[in-house]
Design a protein around this ligand. Structure first.
Ligand SMILES: Nc1ncnc2c1ncn2[C@@H]1O[C@H](COP(=O)(O)OP(=O)(O)O)[C@@H](O)[C@H]1O
Ligand SMILES: [Mg+2]
Length: 280
């Protein structure tokens, strides 16, 4: 399969800023992958996502060089309307996204803007609500819902557009651990059922590293590390860039140092407990 996303030597500075928010950044994402983007606050993660969904350079001015292509088409040369159908984007705070009177109207919002015919709109909205398990909320008012439900409504609105690529900026930051876990399960299921590619900015690596194909770590606008989560987290440099290594992985690393377990792959807490409990 080809690359759904190609970033070639991207550089971007906001106006009047002395330093680049994204610098010499290149990345290829094959279709169907789940990629996690991590790195300290201010390292350029959100800026990079804006360059993928087209807000940069179409809505933000600044100094821009390099190229970003989604499904082969240059983001700079595409209009926002075309991009909106290719790249689904979830705001960090669902409150910013939800403003319709009912859930189904909210899910339909993006399609209405595109002027999609009614019957097709109905079909797509119903499918998206079904995929997210929110069909029974169709006529509820979005503002009455829990954070987890709001997140699902927002994601249904994104999926109704049937984007090939979905980018999520810290989607679990407002969610309790259980709901955050459900969101991660959902990402895995959507990738499987729809073949959707996901690029997820996330601090909570404990939830995502086990399902991600790739972990990219940014530092000061640059790509610092890239590899499978296992390779990055067990690599020499993970600590150097302040990667929030999951507690279970730290324990695995420690035990591996003593020869108790291997580092062939990332282990779950249950696997680790079973190994250690049984002794050598
Ligand atoms: N709208 C903006 N205008 C000016 N500078 C910005 C803007 N958004 C982000 N920045 C700056 O760009 C750099 C990268 O920020 P950002 O992409 O938000 O990082 P992250 O998402 O990793 O926290 C930071 O130095 C930040 O202050
Ligand atoms: Mg950010």
């Amino acid at each position: 399969m080809g690359n759904i996303l190609e970033i070639d030597d991207l550089n971007f500075s906001y106006p009047d800023s002395p330093r680049k928010a994204v610098a010499d950044f290149s990345l290829n994402v094959p279709e169907g992958e789940i990629v996690v983007l991590a790195g300290p606050s201010g390292c350029g993660k959100s800026t990079l996502l804006r360059a993928v969904n087209g807000l940069i350079p179409h809505m933000y001015s600044g100094e821009y060089s390099g190229e970003v292509r989604v499904a082969g088409a240059g983001v700079k040369g595409s209009n926002m309307r075309d991009l909106a159908q290719k790249v689904g984007f979830l705001f960090q705070n669902p409150e910013n996204q939800i403003f319709m009177f009912t859930v189904e109207r909210d899910v339909a919002f993006g399609l209405e803007n595109l002027g999609i015919p009614r019957p097709e709109m109905r079909e797509r909205v119903d499918e998206a609500m079904r995929l997210l398990g929110i069909g029974d909320l169709a006529l509820r008012a979005p503002h009455e819902l829990s954070d987890g439900q709001k997140q699902r409504v927002a994601l249904a609105g994104v999926l109704a557009m049937r984007p090939k690529l979905v980018i999520l900026d810290e989607p679990t930051s407002l969610l309790d651990p259980k709901t955050a876990g459900e969101l991660v399960d959902l990402v895995v299921r959507l990738r499987k059922e729809l073949g959707t590619t996901f690029v997820v900015v996330e601090h909570r690596l404990d939830l995502l590293v086990r399902v991600a194909d790739r972990l990219v770590v940014m530092n000061e606008g640059r790509k610092a590390l890239e590899g499978t989560p296992r390779d990055v987290l067990f690599g020499e440099e993970a600590d150097k860039y302040g990667v929030a290594t999951p507690a279970v992985t730290k324990v695995q690393k420690m035990l591996a140092g003593g020869g108790l377990v291997s580092t062939d792959r990332l282990m779950t807490p249950a696997e680790l407990a079973a190994k250690v409990g049984r002794g050598r």
